[in-house]
Design a protein around this ligand. Structure first.
Ligand SMILES: CCCCCCC/C=C/C(=O)SCCNC(=O)CCNC(=O)[C@H](O)C(C)(C)COP(=O)(O)OP(=O)(O)OC[C@H]1O[C@@H](n2cnc3c(N)ncnc32)[C@H](O)[C@@H]1OP(=O)(O)O
Length: 360
C-alpha cells in the first residue's frame, strides 16, 4: 500500500524541521513530488525561457510524467525519510561516510580505505558538473581529508566523465540582488574553493577517469600527481563561454607547459588528449583504459604506505614557496571573472548552451 495522506502530512512537517539544506537538486525533486502528490501531473503552461527558477520547477514537475498521486506521495515520504535518517546519522545507502567523521554528502562519495581518502564527484547523469552545493561539499571534504588519518587524498569522478566543470545552471538562478550580486557571491565561493586546493597539506592525486572540462582541468596544476586514462581529454573553453581562466591556471599552466601552449588551451579552447597533456607536463602518466583502475590503485596503495609525515612535509616544502603568489593569482582571476559573469558575452554563451540542450 502507498503512503497515506496522513503520512504525507507528517513528511511535510519533517521537511520543515530539517537542519541541513538539502540542496537545489533535491529541493526541485521534493517540489515536483509535492506538486504531483497534491495536484496530479503537471498541467500548467511552461514558464518563459528567462524565468529560470520557475522553469526549473516546471521541468522537475513535468519530468514525473503520469505517475499516480499515490505513488508520488510514497516517493515524497521515502525521500524525506531518507533525509531525516541521514541527519540522524543512521545508515544511508546512497551516501558514503568518511571513516570516523560521520559526514554525509549529497553530491560526493567520500571514503577512506588503505590510508587513502577518495573524493568521488557523484553526479554522473550531469557528467559531474559542479553545482554551488557541490563546491561547498568539496571544500568541506578537503577540510575533512586534511585532518583525517589518511596519507593520500584522491579526486576522481563517477561514471564516464571525470568532470564537466562548472554547472552552467549556477548562473541561471539569479538572486534578488541581480546579476552583480550573483557574480560577487560566485566570486567568493570560487576564491574559497581554489584556496582549499592551494592550502591542502597532504599529497593530492587526480585519477582522471574520463573527459575533464573547465575548472576540473585548471586546478590540476595544484595537484601533486595527475593520472589519466588514455581516453581522457582536457578542455578549458573559457573564451567560448565569454569567461576567463581560474584555478590559478593563468600562472600554473604557463609555468608547467610554457606560455604558447598554455595560451592555446586558455585563450583558444584547444582540447588536449591525455597523451598531449602528459607530454606538456599537466598529466603525470597515462594508462590504458582497460587497466587504468587496477594499475593506478595498485600504485597509490603502495605510495600510501610511505611515511605519512615525510610525504606531507615534502609536499609542503615544494608548494610553500609559491603560496603567497598563488593567493594573489587566485584573487586576480576571481576579480576578472566577477566582471566576466556580468557580461553579455557570458550571458549569451550560457543561454546558447541550454538552448542547444533544448532547456530554454
Ligand atoms: C558559483 C561558483 C562558480 C565558479 C565558477 C568557476 C568558473 C568555472 C568555469 C568552468 O568550469 S567553464 C566550463 C563549463 N563547462 C562546460 O562548458 C561544459 C558544458 N557541457 C558540455 O559541453 C557537454 O555537456 C559535455 C560535458 C561535453 C558532455 O556532452 P555529452 O553529449 O557527452 O553529454 P550531454 O548530454 O551534453 O550531458 C549530459 C547531461 O549533463 C548536463 N551537463 C553536462 N555538463 C554540464 C554543465 N557544465 N553544466 C550544466 N549541465 C551540464 C547536460 O545538460 C545534460 O543534461 P540533460 O540534458 O541530460 O538534462
Amino acid at each position: 500500500m502507498g503512503a497515506t495522506v496522513e503520512q504525507f502530512e507528517q513528511a511535510k512537517n519533517k521537511l520543515s524541521a530539517l537542519k541541513k539544506d538539502p540542496g537545489n537538486e533535491l529541493k526541485l525533486k521534493i517540489y515536483a513530488l509535492f506538486k504531483q502528490a497534491s495536484q496530479g501531473p503537471c498541467n500548467t503552461p511552461k514558464p518563459g525561457m528567462l524565468d529560470f527558477v520557475n522553469k526549473a520547477k516546471w521541468d522537475a514537475w513535468k519530468s514525473l510524467g503520469s505517475i499516480s498521486q499515490e505513488e508520488a506521495r510514497q516517493q515524497y515520504c521515502d525521500l524525506i525519510g531518507s533525509l531525516v535518517e541521514a541527519e540522524g546519522g543512521s545508515s544511508d545507502p546512497v551516501a558514503a561516510k568518511p571513516a570516523g567523521s560521520g559526514t554525509t554528502y549529497e553530491t560526493l562519495l567520500v571514503t577512506t580505505e588503505d590510508d587513502i581518502t577518495t573524493i568521488k564527484l557523484n553526479r554522473p547523469a550531469k557528467k559531474n558538473a559542479i553545482t554551488t552545493e557541490m563546491y561547498n561539499e568539496i571544500i568541506a571534504a578537503l577540510e575533512q581529508a586534511a585532518k583525517d588519518d589518511s596519507v593520500i587524498t584522491v579526486f576522481t569522478g563517477a561514471g564516464d566523465f571525470y568532470c564537466s566543470g562548472n554547472d552552467l545552471s549556477n548562473f541561471t538562478n539569479i538572486p534578488q540582488g541581480g546579476v552583480e550580486d550573483m557574480a560577487r557571491r560566485g566570486g567568493e565561493l570560487l576564491r574559497k574553493y581554489v584556496k582549499a586546493y592551494i592550502d591542502f597539506p597532504k599529497p593530492l592525486v587526480a585519477v582522471v577517469n574520463g573527459p575533464a572540462v573547465g575548472i576540473s582541468v585548471t586546478v590540476l596544476g595544484l595537484f601533486d600527481l595527475v593520472y589519466a586514462t588514455e581516453g581522457a581529454t582536457f578542455h578549458t573553453p573559457f573564451s567560448q563561454l565569454g569567461q576567463s581562466a581560474e584555478g590559478c591556471s593563468s600562472y600554473m599552466f604557463p609555468k608547467i607547459m610554457g606560455t604558447a601552449k598554455a595560451s592555446e588551451m586558455l585563450l583558444f579552447n584547444k582540447k588536449l588528449t591525455a597523451a598531449q597533456a602528459c607530454k606538456l607536463g599537466l598529466v603525470t602518466e597515462v594508462f590504458p583504459d582497460s587497466s587504468f583502475q587496477s594499475e593506478v590503485w595498485t600504485r597509490l596503495k603502495a605510495y600510501a604506505k610511505l611515511p605519512r609525515n615525510s610525504l606531507a612535509l615534502s609536499k609542503q616544502l615544494i608548494r610553500s614557496v609559491e603560496k603567497e603568489r598563488l593567493y594573489a593569482v587566485n584573487d586576480a582571476e576571481v576579480e576578472l571573472l566577477i566582471e566576466r559573469w556580468t557580461s553579455d558575452e557570458c550571458f549569451n554563451a550560457i543561454v546558447k548552451f541550454f538552448q542547444s540542450k533544448a532547456k530554454l
